[in-house]
Design a protein around this ligand. Structure first.
Ligand code: M6R
Length: 605
């Protein structure tokens, strides 16, 4: 979602602002802009709709001098993706960039209109600039004016302010949405994340909820929500871990799919040592009476797969919900239960709010997160990193399989803690898990066949995905991937549910992708597949060699997967889901890494 950068530098900052915005592109955006204060104290801005290259072109023809500046990539919430709605928003001496939503903006908008001011855009952000400029008009300093405005804002936001005539001042504020301050030598920075700041500094302070910072080239003074000075740690970040390049691949997503054997291996080695599970001591499921699993999108589907494992292996009753529903449906939660929140970014607004809802109602909250410095990692009682490394492609791939790996380890721990698995049984399951990186590596070879199948799928209007048991959420994930990347309508169904309605959609034009390893439910899935084929449905069966031999007759195509993975075979089947969507998108010529309308971390409701 929106990206923020701010620099009090020692050179021309426009190129640096654009470079940093490029590093924030992966979050998703539909317009961009920068503002600077030049040597004479003049505040100017340039904005452009669409990709950053449009802003760069603009800057070539209309350069923006200055050693102080702020920049923004906008993902439209209030108002369309137009230049007028793009950030920075400027009013009088104030320029503002913003990530998040000002929830009381209509009330504030009415208020500024009643003061005789006229908003020029449809955005909530412009109201912040208007109010701050108004306070300055009343004789307040920039700091006093920004503070007076901040005190009125409700909602979740990260904000950066720049002021005319103030070449050595930026103000940053955070409530909900993430924001970091970067410390340089005689230079200071602000940014949405460490990825944006890493070309400039490896010394970072993460602002906490309610903080605001007064920043000059000499340093940052940070104040907490009560307005008192706050001491926030400067962390040394591993710049290597923030490197983002395609490593020779055509798209970040292709690289991230191919990285899965390695990162899955890293995640498993972190949690399994010498054939034993290594987790924080506080993790013991013996007395847990219920587990609630919450996430959004792909992270939710990872939670769906994990429910099968927690229930069948550990006998632990599970509740499961998407965060946007969970947070508002007032679910009663047992004080002996645990709640687990799965998120790649760790910043998803709904998942974070769901965690906040649960935290004083359950015995323990656990965050299963990829970004270790994120809000969910900080706010959960226990944070477990999924160690997938930076995922730039907006469509999740390696983050999903690493989430599954960590959840699988947790399910095995729960099964052992609850006396459902002996040491030896647990070890056997751990061996299945440890075999997965090697099997995933073999699975990558389905890429070529998926490329061949893509011309068929890319012609389709609708595609159905079917699976049973843990493969049902994998089918849901396959459909989500295809929708996100290729904009083809796709739905996932539990195979047994097909005859209760969706079978009406079947004709010879609807490809039906069936994910079915040769397991206890295989024959039932094959029966459902027969029902599809009897109605001229065109089936792609994805199974192991034994499954293809037994059930492949009459299908339009099949993909042979390696057998293995035991109870966790579902993890392998994520790969053909990813490649089918990826190659279909490439065949259709859509934007693989930044699909339209999507954002990488969704920090608004
Ligand atoms: O960062 P999170 O895992 O919390 O994000 C949740 C979803 O927004 C995310 O998984 C989304 O569905 C992806 N685009 C899926 O590819």
């Amino acid at each position: 979602m929106c990206g923020i950068i701010g620099i009090l530098g020692s050179h021309e900052v426009s190129p640096q602002l654009v470079e940093a915005l490029k590093r924030l592109e992966y979050r998703g955006y539909d317009s961009a802009g920068v503002a600077t204060v030049d040597a004479s104290g003049q505040l100017n801005r340039r904005r452009a709709v669409g990709k950053l290259v449009n802003l760069s072109d603009r800057l070539v023809h209309e350069p923006l001098p200055g050693h102080a500046g702020i920049g923004h990539t906008r993902w439209a919430t209030h108002g369309a993706a137009t230049e007028a709605n793009a950030h920075p928003h400027r009013r009088g001496p104030v320029a503002v960039v913003h990530n998040g939503i000002i929830e009381n903006f209509r009330e504030l908008r009415d208020e500024v209109i009643s003061l005789g001011l006229t908003p020029e855009s449809e955005t909530d952000t412009e109201i912040v600039a208007l109010m701050t400029a108004w306070h300055m008009d009343q004789g307040n300093s920039p700091v006093e004016a920004a503070r007076a405005t901040l005190a009125r804002l409700h909602g979740a936001f990260a904000l950066a302010f720049l002021f005319e005539g103030e070449g050595n001042l930026m103000i940053a504020a955070r409530k909900g949405s993430p924001l970091a301050v970067g410390h340089g030598k005689g230079e200071m920075f602000i940014g949405s994340d460490a990825v944006a700041l890493s070309p400039f500094t490896d010394r970072i302070t993460y602002l906490e909820d309610g903080d605001h910072a007064i920043i000059t080239r000499e340093g940052a003074e940070i104040f907490n929500a009560a307005g008192a000075p706050a001491n926030r740690e400067i962390q040394q970040i591993d710049v290597g871990a923030t490197q983002i390049d395609k490593g020779g691949y055509r798209h970040f997503m292709a690289k991230e799919i191919a990285e899965q054997p390695a990162v899955l291996g890293d995640a498993l080695s972190h949690y399994i040592k010498d054939g034993r599970i290594v987790l924080p001591e506080a993790i013991n499921f013996a007395d847990v009476d219920r587990l609630t699993l919450v996430g959004c999108g792909t992270a939710y589907y990872a939670a769906c797969v994990a429910r099968y494992w927690f229930e069948s292996l550990a006998g632990l009753p599970c509740d499961l919900d998407v965060a946007s529903e969970f947070r508002y449906r007032e679910p009663p939660l047992s004080p002996k239960s645990w709640a687990m929140f799965v998120s790649q970014s760790g910043e998803t607004a709904d998942t974070l709010a769901a965690l906040h809802y649960a935290r004083d109602k359950v015995a323990k909250t656990v965050g299963v997160v990829n970004v270790g410095t994120s809000a969910i990692a900080r706010d959960a009682d226990i944070a477990l990193p999924t160690l997938a490394g930076i995922e730039v492609g907006v469509a999740s791939s390696k983050a999903f399989t690493c989430q599954l790996a960590v959840l699988a380890v947790l399910a095995l721990k729960a099964a052992h803690d609850r006396g459902r698995l002996t040491d030896a049984e647990q070890r056997a399951h751990l061996e299945d898990l440890r075999a997965l990186p090697g099997l995933l590596n073999q699975t990558l070879s389905v890429s070529d066949e998926c490329r061949s199948l893509a011309s068929w799928l890319s012609e389709a209007q609708d595609v159905l995905y079917l699976g049973r048991g843990p493969l049902y959420p994998v089918a849901l994930e396959g459909a989500l991937k295809l929708k996100e990347l290729s904009y083809i309508h796709a739905e996932g169904y539990a195979s047994g549910e097909l005859k209760h309605g969706p079978i009406a959609l079947i004709d010879r034009n609807v490809p039906v992708v069936v994910v079915a390893p040769r397991d206890a439910l295989f024959d039932k899935t094959v029966s459902n597949m027969q029902e599809v084929m009897a109605r001229h449905g065109q089936v792609l069966l994805i199974s192991d060699a034994e499954g293809i031999e037994k059930g492949g007759h009459g299908t339009r195509a099949s993909l042979t997967m390696p057998s293995g993975g035991g109870a966790f075979a579902a993890i392998l089947y994520a790969v053909p889901m990813q490649y089918l969507a990826y190659h279909t998108a490439v065949a259709k010529g859509t934007d693989v890494d930044q699909p339209r309308n999507l954002a990488k971390s969704v920090t608004v409701e």
